[in-house]
Design a protein around this ligand. Structure first.
Ligand SMILES: [Zn+2]
Length: 130
């Protein structure tokens, strides 16, 4: 599978611009085209956000955005490709849990790399321990 183009992230690059609400920190999100502020998302549980504002930005850019994918889509395809390449099939849930428990297993390493990437992009993100 060729690697698709990943959508840009609409979250604020400076999380200090956020606000504390309902027991957690929220960060602003902006239109990926014109930069208009469109709302807020909870920082600790959001790994990605993509927004286009009003009909004009959406009309112009939604078709192009429809050809792109969220970062998690690329990660999950990579995880599936690893299983198909290594085992010729998708692993069962039990087999995946065993792979994740083995720090030397390539699937554990792929998940570790994704966790590290997510933490680098958002140090406040809550991700399960491996
Ligand atoms: Zn816009």
């Amino acid at each position: 599978m060729s690697i698709p183009t990943v959508l840009p992230d609409s979250r604020a690059t400076n999380p200090k611009r956020g606000q504390y609400r309902d027991g957690q920190w929220w960060v602003p999100v902006y239109c990926a085209n014109c930069g208009a502020e469109l709302g807020i998302v909870p920082e600790p549980s959001t790994t990605f956000a993509f927004f286009l504002c009003d009909a004009r930005c959406a009309e112009t850019w939604a078709p192009k955005a429809g050809e792109m994918v969220e970062p998690d889509v690329v990660f999950f395809q990579t995880l599936l490709d690893e299983q198909l390449d290594r085992y010729g099939r998708e692993l069962t849930a039990t087999e995946l849990m065993a792979a994740l428990a083995d720090e030397t297993h390539p699937i554990h390493q792929l998940v570790r790399e994704r966790h590290d990437e997510l933490r680098r992009l958002n140090p406040a993100l809550v991700v399960p321990a491996l």
